[in-house]
Design a protein around this ligand. Sequence first.
Ligand SMILES: [Zn+2]
Length: 113
Amino acid sequence: MGPRVILLYAVAMTDRRSPLRCSFCGKKESHVRKIVAGPAVYICNECVYLCLEMLNQDQVATNTPKAERISALKAEIHHLHGLLRLESRLVTDLRNETERLRAKPKARPIRRS
Ligand SMILES: [Zn+2]
């Protein structure tokens, strides 16, 4: 453990009166996978990922040549189209299944003599 990790751990351990909450999204410790504590500030794993994603996007936008960004966007759009096709197929399947179940004659209760 490096000194910074020990400091973070110490801060997290000293203030245990109330449940820890993420200082960014307000979620409680019990509602997220992990909360990292800094001096008087906490951040949950979800907010960390969000920040990383934002930083990553900034970096992609500034470092990637225009042509590459365009092809990345095209790939993303292609992926979304695939998802939409899948979704509409699922909706159709679900509709067919519902109709099939509705058309099915109802089972009669078994009578015992
Ligand atoms: Zn959070």
